[in-house]
Design a protein around this ligand. Structure first.
Ligand SMILES: Cc1cc2nc3c(=O)[nH]c(=O)nc-3n(C[C@H](O)[C@H](O)[C@H](O)COP(=O)(O)OP(=O)(O)OC[C@H]3O[C@@H](n4cnc5c(N)ncnc54)[C@H](O)[C@@H]3O)c2cc1C
Length: 431
């Protein structure tokens, strides 16, 4: 790296940060990419890890391998504690990193809406350790169900409630229901399949509210076929590890609650010292710069950009597109050229329901069922970082599809998983 060139610090090696760092490959700058993990995580497939359908290493790719050939980039693994746009330093647990320009791509966190009791005992799907904890927990619930003498207790162990009927809730619901029933039949024949209950609890009038209504209904039908009980207009108020309480007073004994009911920005934008939106995102100019600090760009789930069609959604495609635009604008800023506004090219929305169905809405085209699932599979495989991951995931899925053998239906501690997959770096927080 040359001391004479401007230094750009990119915070976050997720969808937005990765694209930004790549798009700076030929710019006359030195790039420092910082992330708390040494891998890029393909979050849309996290739920597959949580149901033991894929091992973690197939949806995580080492950052150093991705950037092996990018000469102007250095990767640092560190927890970023705050960003000081006035002093132009990123403060990490390993010291300060000075910058001339910064791109913040720190993504989002689960929003429990201040309900700390739920946060303590419910499972969310935001990172690999979390997905593995859910996988281990589900398998432990099976074992507890086998040991339970009381049928009501056994049914409670085998009741999985999912709060939130967005794409994550729908995907988890379908996959969990399918996995549980098949795994039970194969490995726990003493447990009747009718003892398993998978509940998808959605506060609004329909699941997948951002999809056309006909696709929401198709998703509900596909979920019902997989044995998922969908309850709309249902708000979860509390959970203590054994009982879900709904608004209105109903109590449901359940051994597992998966929280897929909300996201907010990660805490880092809060350290910038500027007003944020209600979800903790940084309002940005159309060029993706901060209004107060034009040398700082914000992209992906951490950014709030208003457009005539409404705010740009917190999804992977906008994060990737924003990453590229921010990097190009940054290069223009360095060169003294005029910056260009971000224009979102909406590729549509899709969600999968079990192994054979999905719903897809793309530019007026609506697909449901198996054709939609094939489309979903193709799009997600193409987006997976690295040729090896694409091939391995495809072979795994094809194998699963034919034989339906969940990839790793054994209980591993997080440490064992880390050794096995060599990509994890977080200690177990809850087992
Ligand atoms: C379970 C799940 C399923 C999803 N499914 C879909 C889907 O099907 N389709 C879709 O389009 N979108 C989906 N999304 C949303 C999509 O993943 C996000 O919109 C996208 O990842 C946002 O990209 P980003 O770059 O802003 O943040 P991320 O990809 O989340 O990357 C943020 C990065 O910043 C790092 N980071 C954060 N804080 C710090 C810190 N303090 N110090 C160091 N590093 C830090 C993180 O480790 C991470 O690597 C899903 C999300 C989840 C959780």
């Amino acid at each position: 790296m040359s001391p004479a060139r401007p230094r750009v610090v990119v915070v976050g090696a997720g969808f937005g940060g990765l694209r930004a760092a790549r798009a700076l490959a030929k710019a006359p700058v030195d790039v420092v990419l910082v992330d708390r993990h040494n891998y890029h995580l393909f979050q849309p497939l996290l739920y597959q890890v949580s149901v033991a359908a894929l091992p973690p290493s197939e949806i995580a790719y080492p950052v150093r391998s991705i950037f092996r050939r990018q000469g102007n980039l250095a990767f640092r693994i560190a927890e970023v504690l705050r960003i000081d746009p006035v002093r132009k330093v990123v403060v990490t647990d390993g010291g300060e990193i000075p910058f001339d320009y910064a791109i913040l791509a720190s993504g989002s966190a689960t929003n429990f809406f201040g309900n700390d009791a739920i946060a303590k005992v419910a499972f969310d799907l935001k990172d690999l350790p979390g997905a593995l904890r859910l996988r281990n927990h589900l398998i432990r619930r099976f074992e507890a169900a086998i040991a339970a003498a009381d049928p009501a207790e056994r049914r409670a162990f085998l009741t999985i409630a999912i709060a939130g009927g967005g794409p994550t809730g729908v995907e988890v619901g379908g996959a969990v229901s399918e996995l549980l029933r098949r795994l039970l039949r194969r490995d726990y024949p003493a447990i009747p399949a009718s003892d398993v209950t998978v509940l998808l609890l959605e506060g609004g009038p329909r699941v997948l509210s951002m999809f056309p209504e006909s696709l929401s209904r198709a998703a509900e039908r596909s979920l019902a076929k997989l044995g998922v009980e969908v309850r709309t207009g249902t708000i979860v108020e509390s959970y203590d590890g054994t009982t879900v309480r709904l608004r209105g007073g109903e109590a449901i004994p359940a051994g597992t609650l998966v929280w897929a009911a909300g996201v907010k920005a990660s805490p880092l934008p809060g350290t910038l010292g500027v007003p944020l939106d209600r979800s903790g995102r940084v309002p940005v100019l159309p060029t993706l710069q901060m209004r107060e600090f034009p040398h700082v760009f914000v992209v992906g789930d951490a950014a709030h950009l208003e457009t005539p069609q409404g705010p740009v959604p917190a999804l992977a495609p906008p994060a990737m597109q924003m990453g590229t635009t921010a990097a190009k604008n940054l290069a223009r800023l360095v060169a003294g050229e005029p910056l260009k506004p971000f224009v979102y090219k909406d590729p549509g929305v899709m969600a999968t329901i079990g192994r054979k169905a999905a719903v897809v809405a793309i530019h007026g085209l609506k697909l449901t069922g198996f054709p939609a699932w094939l489309f979903w599979l193709f799009v997600h495989l193409m987006q997976l970082v690295g040729f090896r991951n694409r091939v391995v995931v495809f072979v795994d899925w094809a194998f699963q599809y034919v034989f339906y053998r969940p990839a790793s239906p054994i209980i591993l501690s997080i440490e064992e998983d880390a050794l096995q997959n060599k990509v994890l770096d977080e200690p177990a927080r809850r087992m």
